[in-house]
Design a binder for this molecule. Structure first.
Ligand code: GLV
Ligand code: MG
Length: 319
């Protein structure tokens, strides 16, 4: 079975038409790289970009990164050729296909069927290649639950704020920021929460999309911090300069990671024979129980996936 929960704090967008940027991406500390055949790739450059992408995947050197290719959406004439060329050419060296502007579960089915046929033809394991579904318009958001459950290949649901804002006529000039004249609450909260619920209900990852002001790292942190606080697993980076901030924002803070590991150790001891078989106990000033353990498991899991190390360790009280 494939690990569908690989770390994706930072998902770096790289135009599939640029061998230079693809080469550079290999050495960058992003958790995921996606080579783009869609909006960052001009129509006239797409046929050549398919070949560039196949060569780059087969050449390797991607380390632990999740390797993804974004194909064009099903309303264009390019999708089938994108999928056939890339997966026939480099299916063994590819983790997921990202499908943009998904509007219905059927669009996910169509990609699933095509992938299955190619995997069978090539003699590859059927179902290994995952699908990342981008929600970029009102229809996609309304159907997001069906989209998230449309195929066991689905690994992530991604918010595409630029296309989404255009699709709903939102009056903002800066992706991720508040529209002018809008000063109550958060214009994006509903969309982010809707995507997050669909993702969590089906155990897939929720990923936030791009922040276009690539030189404004404070702005990036502010917008990323919002989806990270809700529970999103990661965000896109459009520029190498956004990656460090991104990895930091979507990793637990050191003190929270230490605390989570300590809750797990302490709760294991308190519930044991030696610890008095207690289901609720005090850790310092904090009451911990089974629900605390579940919360701690989430933080500890994210910290471990990010390679964090403990800087302090709880030990059972001396009798
Ligand atoms: C990403 O594809 C976006 O439209 O924001
Ligand atoms: Mg888009």
């Amino acid at each position: 079975m494939v690990d569908r929960q690989r770390p994706r704090r930072s998902c770096l967008a790289v135009p599939g038409s640029s061998p230079k940027m693809i080469d550079k991406a290999r050495g960058l500390p992003a958790d995921q790289v996606f080579l783009d055949l869609e909006d960052a790739c001009a129509p006239l450059a797409k046929p050549e970009a398919r070949k560039t992408i196949v060569a780059a995947l087969n050449e390797g050197g991607w380390g632990e990164k999740v390797r993804v290719v974004r194909v064009n959406d099903w309303t264009t004439e390019w999708t089938y050729r994108d999928v056939v060329e890339v997966v026939e050419g480099a299916g063994a060296n590819l983790d997921c296909i990202m499908l943009p502007k998904v509007q219905t579960a059927e669009q996910v089915h169509a990609l699933d069927i095509l992938l299955t046929q190619i995997e069978k033809t090539m003699g590859h394991e059927v179902g290994r290649i995952g699908i990342e579904a981008q929600i970029e318009n009102a229809r996609g958001l309304v159907n997001v639950d069906a989209i998230a459950t449309a195929s066991p290949r689905i690994e992530t649901i991604i918010f595409g704020p630029a296309d989404f804002m255009a699709s709903i006529n939102m009056k903002s000039l800066v992706v991720g920021e508040q529209p002018p004249g809008y000063d109550v609450g958060d214009a994006y909260h509903h969309i982010l929460m809707r995507i997050l619920m669909a993702a969590r209900a089906t155990d897939v990852q929720a990923i936030d999309g791009p922040y276009l002001q690539i030189r404004d790292i404070d702005g990036f942190r502010r917008v990323a911090g919002r989806s990270a606080a809700l529970g999103f697993d990661g965000k896109w980076c459009l520029h190498p300069g956004q990656i460090d901030a991104c990895n930091e924002v979507y990793s637990p803070r050191q003190e929270d990671y230490d605390h989570a590991e300590n809750i797990l150790d302490a709760y294991e001891w308190f519930t044991s024979e030696a610890g008095g078989k207690r289901g609720a106990a005090m850790l310092g000033d904090e009451m911990i129980d089974e629900a605390s353990r579940k919360m701690a498991l989430v933080i500890a899991g994210k910290g471990r996936a990010a390679g964090m190390r403990r800087t302090n360790r709880w030990t059972p009280p001396e009798e």
